[in-house]
Design a protein around this ligand. Structure first.
Ligand SMILES: Nc1nc2c(ncn2[C@@H]2O[C@H](COP(=O)(O)OP(=O)(O)OP(=O)(O)O)[C@@H](O)[C@H]2O)c(=O)[nH]1
Ligand SMILES: [Mg+2]
Length: 395
């Protein structure tokens, strides 16, 4: 029987510390499942640390090792180019991918090939199925659970428990049948992974999962831009859901564009919490009137917002303004918000006083409503002013 060629694509960007070992371990899987001939393709984005040179040395030593210079950055690009190369130049019949940093155990490869030999066309490595494990930082584990919940709910694909791992296998037939135009593989997040699950399902693939253990990275650095990835996953999943309802809208594009606004909104949310806590404290413990309490709590919230916008929202933005100047501008701009919110609370308090609303046994003080009425006008004002003034882009 003729063996089926399997090409395992290992995308790399600065993985000098693990590339040799991962290639060796992948090749050691040869012979474990009869009928397959395993090759490795290192798809490198011109790593400055010399991963490419190391990989090329391995190519000269072993005909089962291949190398592709992807040139540009992007995991999606490396995967797509890698697969095309595997099909055209190595005559692959099964396409696989694995992370090159040893977080995926190459000893799991036989499980994938076993499923392919049983007739499955798409095999997803999963940390969330029985026997799988996600041994990474707690915050990342939360991301895994949250992202998959959103993806399963919105795409309606329930048989896949884990959409994001880059450890998977396709048959050539499925790969050629899939509509890769619909997969947003550009950019530096790893959106290609969940999107490929969705497209495989759309192509009517016979799909299954195998459990994998995701280990902590031991060498080199992460390239996963988690915040951008969350925005991409949300935008993409909503777009898929709407398209199932017959509405084709560029939600992913808009989500990417509105990233700054989303971050700004998140910071605004933490500021609102600070604002609200102090507002209630000043009223309840120090007997301030609502407008006076609001005046001080807003000023405190502004300091919170400046700090987080500076270290996060507008972190990458190049601006001529020094830190002190940005702080002064931010406070100056925000003083507009202080005036608006003081004015709104003052007006509402003057009109309606200090009453309560009763909903069966619960009673809610009017001052809570005064507080929330200030949010929409102040938020709009703040965003516009900071966008055009404090963190103004250089021309
Ligand atoms: N060719 C190429 N490979 C990339 C690029 N970005 C990431 N990779 C590879 O994709 C794999 C996954 O990236 P990681 O940085 O390990 O992402 P992660 O596993 O989610 O994050 P960590 O748990 O922190 O490692 C690794 O093998 C990377 O080298 C890229 O721009 N080009
Ligand atoms: Mg990794």
């Amino acid at each position: 029987m003729k063996e089926k060629k399997v090409v395992v694509v290992a995308p790399t960007f600065n993985e000098r510390g693990s590339i040799e070992k991962v290639v060796r371990l992948i090749l050691e899987q040869n012979g474990k499942v009869p009928g397959f001939d395993i090759h490795v393709l290192v798809a490198d984005s011109h790593s400055p640390d010399g991963t490419g040179e190391l990989a090329k040395k391995l190519v000269s030593k072993n005909p089962r090792v291949h190398f592709l210079d992807v040139v540009e950055r992007g995991l999606g690009l490396a995967i797509i180019k890698g697969y095309e190369y595997a099909l055209k130049k190595i005559q692959a019949e099964v396409l696989m991918q694995i992370d090159a940093d040893l977080q995926h155990d190459p000893n799991d490869i036989p499980k994938f090939l076993q499923k392919i030999s049983e007739g499955y066309e798409y095999v997803q490595g999963s940390r969330l199925t029985a026997g799988g494990k996600n041994n990474i930082a707690f915050s990342r584990q939360m991301f895994t659970i949250f992202a998959n919940l959103v993806l399963r709910l919105l795409t309606g694909i329930w048989k896949i428990t884990d959409f994001t791992p880059s450890y998977k296998a396709y048959t050539k037939n499925l790969f050629l049948r899939m509509n890769w135009q619909a997969v947003p593989w550009h950019g530096t997040t790893f959106l290609i992974q969940p999107a490929a699950v969705v497209e495989a399902a759309r192509a009517g693939a016979k799909m299954t999962e195998v459990p994998i253990i995701f280990r902590n990275r031991r060498a080199d650095r992460s390239k996963n831009e988690i915040m951008n990835y969350i925005i991409d996953i949300f935008g993409y999943a909503i777009e898929v859901r709407l398209s199932k309802w017959g509405m084709n809208l560029p939600i992913l594009f808009l989500a990417r564009r509105s990233k700054t606004f989303i971050k700004f909104g998140t910071v605004g949310f933490t500021g609102t919490l600070v604002d609200f806590i102090f507002y209630k404290l000043f009223i309840a413990k120090f007997g301030f009137t609502p407008p006076n309490a609001k005046l001080i709590s807003t000023i405190l919230a502004i300091q919170n917002n400046f700090f987080f916008n500076n270290v996060w929202t507008f972190k990458k933005r190049k601006t001529k303004n020094s830190l002190i100047l940005r702080w002064l501008l931010f406070n100056l701009v925000s003083s507009g918000g202080v005036i608006i919110s003081y004015g709104v609370v003052y007006l509402l308090h003057a009109l309606y006083g200090d009453g309560f609303i009763y909903i069966s046994k619960i009673h809610i003080a009017y001052n809570n409503f005064y507080f929330f009425a200030t949010i929409p006008p102040v938020m709009t004002w703040n965003f516009l002013m900071n966008h055009f003034v404090t963190w103004k882009k250089e021309d």
